[in-house]
Ligand binder design. Sequence first.
Ligand code: C2E
Ligand code: MG
Ligand code: MG
Ligand code: MG
Length: 281
Amino acid sequence: RSKEIGRNSFQLYKASMNARSLERLSMLSRFQYALEHDEFELYFQPLQCLASGRISSVECLLRWNDPNLGMISPAQFIPLAEELGLIIKLDQWVINKACESMALWRRQGSDIRRIAINVSAQHLCQGDLAITVANSLSKHCLDGRFIELELTESSFISNLHEAKSELQKLKSLGVSIALDDFGTGYSALSYLTKLPIDTLKIDASFVAKIPDEYGNSEIVSAIIAMAKALNLQVVAEGVEKSEQRQFLQKLGCNIVQGYLFCKPLSADDWLRFYHAEKATS
Ligand code: C2E
Ligand code: MG
Ligand code: MG
Ligand code: MG
């Protein structure tokens, strides 16, 4: 009896393995097709400075609009791209597109100060990130100070020395560096003094528990105090409620991002939002 169950579950397992590898194979070719046929698109979500109420910068967030499957979330396809070895190609596409967009906006006369680009952890030490950025900047005649790269702590784990030298090359281009999802990784706090980091982005999971959950506010408050002491900018991600915004402001966090201010928007909607905000500020 148990043998039978074992055999059946093995067959089930085998069948699902086959389905999975087929799925991966078709994903791989669809992915490559998508890269070549402009099925990827950047969405834009502004960050707001609490003191002035103004937009301080904008983060680009990747979207995959598959004609059959519809919008696929980056939470689904970024891990897949990493697994399939396509993430560096994808990051390069994003970096180029972000520079192109920013250069266009500036030519059109808008004074958006910075565009933030998410970069996969794998990229920092494996690819030529600084070279990719330098090439995209010069291709679009854009100064590096208009760019911020968002990295996560896992980017530094494999090779701190290599990471540092790559970050220094980026800094010499004028690019600033943000640490994304701060507080969720294996935060070795010494990174903050060893690496040329400009901004900490407090992960949305902390913001979601403001102000209720025990101990959470103290952690957020400590992160903000530490960032200030180290002369780092601090951004709170995932701010959805006005109580959260008020609380963060009271603690001295001066930049927020989240659905409360604005959700990620298509390029056209983002420019409309930007101009409407400018008109009222
Ligand atoms: P992230 O960089 O931490 O981006 C924040 C995520 O939270 C985004 O999800 C954004 O749409 C979402 N978000 C913003 N405000 C709120 C809010 O108030 N409430 C909630 N619940 N969510 C909010 P998204 O766009 O699905 O991206 C997920 C992650 O995928 C990003 O996290 C980033 O790590 C990665 N990613 C996105 N675009 C790129 C890209 O171009 N390249 C790479 N390598 N990774 C990317
Ligand atoms: Mg980010
Ligand atoms: Mg984040
Ligand atoms: Mg993230």
